[in-house]
Design a protein around this ligand. Sequence first.
Ligand code: PLP
Length: 392
Amino acid sequence: MSDAGPSPWPAQVTVDLDAVAHNVGVLRGHAGSAGVMAVVKADAYGHGLVPCARAALAGGAVALGVAQPAEALALREAGVAAPLLCWLLTPSVDADALLAADVQVAASAPWALDLLAAAARRSGRTAQVQLKADTGLSRGGAFALPVEPGDPRTDFEALVRHAAALSAEGAIRVVGVFSHFAYADAPEHPTVRAQQEAFADAVRLAERAGLDLEVRHLSNSAATLTTPAAAWDMVRPGLAVYGLSPVPELASAADLGLRPAMSVSARVAVVKRIPAGQGVSYGHTYAPDHATTVVDVPLGYADGVPRHASGTGPVQLAGRRFRVSGRVCMDQFVVDVGDVPVAAGDEVLLLGDADGAPTAQEWADAAGTISYEIVSRFGPRLPRRHVGEAGR
Ligand SMILES: *Cc1c(COP(=O)(O)O)cnc(C)c1O
């Protein structure tokens, strides 16, 4: 991961930290009085954990969110001191390390509270906890809806009761309650309203149990941008922080005023003429019907270029648009450039934010996936160069 200077690698990811800070500003504009918790899990969606965390804070985020405890600890080791929540716990978690690092931890079940309380008793500190309510995603969180007809008791209610007891003892402090939408990208979907109501019930339950909550939060990027009524005290956007639209069917990144932070480029490795009918790349799934020039691009699925975008992924080369020709390989793919003059060493753009450059959404459409997966999979093999001043 070099920040400057020439790279020995023929491809690179460039991340504009000023775009990250700008996008946080856009999200703040939608959040009203709610604070922005910038989600920087998965190496900041492939953009680089620590520089992006700093840039998001410089842009006005008041807290950071990650999935894995190790991601939280990596931020602390780098000296990032902002309020920080991690929400994907398993029983093998090192609760002592999280406590010592002053990380807020999400609890989805009583065992998680017990682990945190035990670590708190060992260290003499108080564990900072947020209770995660499952209001209908059926993923993480304690299920906050009744399961059996006629029995109104819920897992979330049991979690709250347990938290209230440990909180009275002083081992933990419940800082917040949060939940996550299943359909935030379809704001009219009936589950959006139903989850807001279930969340309001969960918050009421926690407050009635005597928990003095500082924050209540529900909204990811899509909800922040489309359902302002769900903002509560804090919003929790990830994708939009990196300048991508979480609602591509409703609005593009440009429509939303977001600036894509990631560019991906490579240098052409090989240029050659091939005859009409010559099959290209594994399985010869592409064969030009006339003699043409093909170029070999040194990026493949091991770098995060989706193999599902074989034959379709968009690139820009010599100021023009082309598509991947034939199959994406592990380390390389081929592009038929016709008769356009191209030389080894020329730049190929896979992602960019200039007019006409391919976008993560186009790659997602080409590969039958979402832009989240495109950016977060550009892998650690590629050098990342951070440009811009935000958070430096
Ligand atoms: C990933 C994640 C987010 C951010 O979601 P985006 O759609 O990227 O804005 C927020 N909350 C939780 C719990 C998440 O897992």
